[in-house]
Design a protein around this ligand. Sequence first.
Ligand code: ZN
Ligand code: ZN
Length: 127
Amino acid sequence: MTTREARCSCGQLRVTCEGEPAIVALCHCRECQRRTGSTYGVAAFFPRKAVVVSGAYVDYERPADSGSRVLHHFCPACGSTVLWEPSRRPELMAVAVGAFADPAFPAPQKVVFEQHRHPWAAVALGG
Ligand SMILES: [Zn+2]
Ligand SMILES: [Zn+2]
């Protein structure tokens, strides 16, 4: 089975993910723009039992546009957001795809919040 590791910038917060993600989604919402400092976020959702977290993290909870809550976990040393818990899908854990730093990571299958997309930020979807 494939095992992949995501980590923060400084490397102390690590997330090991077993198997393939349940879904990979690209999100243009403004919260993802602010979370990443980029113009969109890409999240891989794994079943919770497939995810092992090591290292220290601190939490930031915010409301999602859907009205549910999102609990972000980020590294207290470097500030990278590595994973978060979408309360709307409690069986899943979201991991920031950029934290894998792996160009071979599966491409997003869906794009959401297109209404907030920066006009130049065209994306190609994978299968
Ligand atoms: Zn760090
Ligand atoms: Zn978003």
